[in-house]
Design a protein around this ligand. Structure first.
Ligand code: 4AD
Ligand code: MG
Length: 477
């Protein structure tokens, strides 16, 4: 295989002939020699190229600016200079592509907003190449974890006729002519004429199909794109995001919590063990960012310490009812610092979640047994008639990172709940069949992959941890 800059930064230096291909990150020169930093994305560090104008015509070098792409042949030598232990002394320089001063990422400070506006080129910046290498490592760790623990990876459909979460926030998929929609006798759009002979959407979750697969394969997981048409312009919502959804036969809520905690700790530990260089770069960036923050907004821990803390400590496990009591008794509530109302039965807002995690417990929290009316139809009902065996995992700086539950396996209870909540039992006959034939206790959850990447990279905005974010009024690249 061809050698990358990562390889060249690791090999034993013995004046060997090497070829370096990559993009110019920086250049500085004196009268007779110039130094060029190059990066090819294989790792965070750049390699230094020494251009001696006795070997390489100064004319050639003059046009080479930051952003240009080069192929350099030369000798790998020990470096006497500061900041690197090796360098490539160029013997020939081939220009693949020049850039010019319009190239947006010159070697100076750029705001994240500016970089986001140039998202088509941002994989070339140090910050974003680190983020995307970490994203890759986390995705790999997800597959490794489940494979090593006896789970099967299943692919669930992206186009679906069902609304798994029952929230109705879906993107329609259609081949109908929007100017000439076919109508039924009663004047409604006739989806029988559509491609699939029914109304279809992009999926909001692979869970329902995941449950079907778990009822034969035992332990499965999905890892795919999901779509939500909610108009949420927040730093934690995307219209297209990736979700990991394990589903396990014979798992009850406690087993589900144990798995969720073990799983997230594993993938974070994987990043700590395998992405040191990239985490260091992001930590340095955050330390700079913190300097501009007010004292009360400053984070109590640096990035890497925060990740270690999560891996090394047990998550707090409490019920929704206990959480409401904590919030009601908090100084925050007494001083009316919460914007949204706190009382039993309301959905927790991110300010409440973050209070519990960041102020009260100061560590991740798993909340269980939520009121049934704020959760989906498929969650297992508790005997109290009021709550369901739901679990949300809440993380510092993020809020909800995982949502899941034990599933209602009793046919009658599930069907009754679906009818109460207006979920069409006739369309979901196939889902109900799992409860008709050999039903079993089972559980699962969904981890929002971008929220995980946000936590591990310390990035404040979810749009910065997916290469090409999709959000309301945003689908540029
Ligand atoms: O809580 P949610 O909606 O749960 C489900 O979809 C279940 N079917 C999961 C299951 O039990 N198999 O979503 C799960 C997670 C959330 O905790 C959050 O991390 C992430 O998905 N998520 C989003 N991430 C980015 N943008 C959005 N709009 C998101 N909505 C949910
Ligand atoms: Mg949720």
């Amino acid at each position: 295989m061809k050698q990358t800059i990562k390889d060249l930064l690791q090999v034993v230096v013995q004046d060997q002939e090497v070829t370096v291909k990559g993009w110019v990150k920086n250049r500085r020169g004196s009268k007779n020699v110039a130094f060029v930093s190059m990066n090819d994305g294989s790792c965070a560090n750049n390699i230094q190229i020494v251009v001696d104008f006795n070997n390489i015509p100064e004319e050639t070098f003059k046009n080479i600016t930051v952003g240009a792409c080069l192929c350099v042949k030369g000798q790998l030598k020990k470096s006497e200079g500061q900041g690197q232990d090796r360098e490539v002394v160029a013997e020939s320089v081939e220009i693949y592509g020049l850039a010019n001063d319009k190239y947006p990422f010159q070697p100076k400070f750029h705001s994240l907003e500016f970089i986001r506006d140039n998202a088509h080129l941002r994989s070339r910046t140090a910050t974003f190449s680190s983020i995307f290498r970490i994203r890759h490592a986390l995705a790999y760790a997800v597959h490794k974890y489940y494979n090593d623990n006896g789970f099967y990876y299943v692919h669930t459909p992206i186009i679906t006729a069902s609304d798994a979460e029952g929230a109705g926030e879906m993107f329609r998929v259609t081949t109908l002519d929007l100017h000439k929609l076919p109508k039924t006798e009663t004047g409604e759009i006739d989806f029988k004429e559509d491609f699939f002979g029914r109304a279809t959407n992009l999926t909001v979750s692979g869970q329902l199909e995941g449950e079907l697969m778990a009822m034969g394969l035992g332990k499965i997981y999905t890892f795919g794109p999901t779509f939500r048409a909610e108009n949420s312009n927040t730093t934690r919502h995307l219209a297209e995001f990736w979700m990991i959804e394990p589903e396990m036969a014979f798992y009850e809520l406690e087993d589900n919590m144990d798995l969720a905690e073990d799983f997230v700790k594993y993938v974070i530990r994987y990043a700590l063990d395998n992405c040191k260089e990239d985490l260091d770069i992001l930590e340095k960036r955050l330390i700079e960012e913190e300097k501009n923050k007010k004292q009360e907004e400053k984070s109590p821990m640096n990035l890497i310490d925060k990740l270690k803390f999560v891996v090394e400590n047990n998550f707090e496990r409490i019920t929704y009812t206990e959480a409401i009591d904590i919030l009601l008794n908090s100084n925050y509530h007494k001083k009316k610092k919460f914007q949204y109302e706190v009382k039993w039965g309301v959905d927790l807002q991110s300010e409440h979640e973050r209070y519990l995690v960041e102020k009260h417990f100061e560590k991740p929290v798993i909340l269980t047994n939520y009121p049934k009316d704020i959760k989906s139809f498929y969650m297992k009902q508790n005997d109290d008639g009021k709550t369901v065996r739901a679990m949300d995992v809440l993380f510092p700086g993020i809020g909800e990172i995982i949502g899941g539950s034990q599933r209602e396996e009793n046919y009658e209870k599930l069907e009754t709940r679906m009818k109460q909540m207006g979920v069409p039992t006739d369309e979901l006959w196939w889902y109900l069949d799992t409860r008709r034939f050999g039903t079993a206790p089972h559980s699962g959850f969904g981890l929002g992959f971008e929220r995980l990447v946000q936590f591990v990279t310390g990035m404040g905005n979810i749009r910065d941890v997916i290469p090409f974010p999709r959000f309301p009024k945003g689908a540029e690249f």
